[in-house]
Design a protein around this ligand. Sequence first.
Ligand SMILES: *[C@@H]1O[C@H](CO)[C@@H](O)[C@H](O)[C@H]1NC(C)=O
Ligand SMILES: *[C@@H]1O[C@H](CO)[C@@H](O)[C@H](O)[C@H]1NC(C)=O
Length: 297
Amino acid sequence: MAQTLHSVFLLFCFAISYTTLAVILRTAEKTVWTNEFDSAELSCLIESISTNNPRIEWKKIKNGVPSYVYFQNKISGDLEHRARLREPANLVILNASRSDTAQYRCEVAAIDDHKPFDEILISLAVRVKPEVPRCTVPDSATVGSSVELRCLENEGFPASQYQWYRNDEELPEDPKASPRFLNSSYTVNKDLGTLKFDVLQKADAGDYYCMAKNEAGQAKCRAQLMEVYDLNIMAIVLKIVGVALAAIFVLVCLCQVCKKISCKKDDDNYKAPRHDDGVDYITADEGHFRHKSSFVI
Ligand SMILES: *[C@@H]1O[C@H](CO)[C@@H](O)[C@H](O)[C@H]1NC(C)=O
Ligand SMILES: *[C@@H]1O[C@H](CO)[C@@H](O)[C@H](O)[C@H]1NC(C)=O
């Protein structure tokens, strides 16, 4: 009995000494989010250690390629003047940039411990504000046609959500949900930024703009007017323009033909006497010139 107690006690002691002689890391946050130009702290907490001067290293892993961030007690790489270590082994990044989005590994080596090494992986995601989106709004369209308005920007991280406005009023995702848009038939895609009218109504005319939004901020394009014409008016206008163009074309052709005919006649009348006349003209002119010269002298 005493012997078993004794061996249990020994085991217990061994277990205690083993855990105390192990370096164990923990983090407060496995995934850290921050906004671009803000700071971020990646926590690397040492739960247990018995080595006095453990070796602490941080590595950045981007696209599977590791690079040193903290090595031999120095910050290196592109974080060189933007990061520092905070006790016990936290990495503080100042003025985060979008290129800091990566995984970071805290590694602690404690040679005096039985389990002398531990590491912990933390993800950093740096949010980026959307840029001004490019919006495509047709100047005009006809009643009854199907029209798609587009809005897109590529800087925002996480990817932007898009929201369309008409005359400064937000278009609800479901037009049937609002009495003001009840007569409209459109579909919006918040992820792709499209606003599609299946059957355009007269009332759909207006100033349109789109807002790109994410957790870091928002940006909108300038409003653009979309006019909606009745099909009949449009057809009539097109017909008038078409007829006018055809008339002008015929007139121009006729004129050209007339010119050619009259020119030919003129040429025939003009060519024969031209040579004889020319000589007279020159002598007349010379005479005039001489006269003029003598007058000057
Ligand atoms: C932060 O970094 C950006 C470049 O990424 C730089 O233009 C800006 O001046 C920096 N701000 C501060 C406060 O250091
Ligand atoms: C919708 O259409 C109906 C009839 O076509 C009209 O009475 C009503 O005023 C319209 N509503 C809006 C908000 O334009």
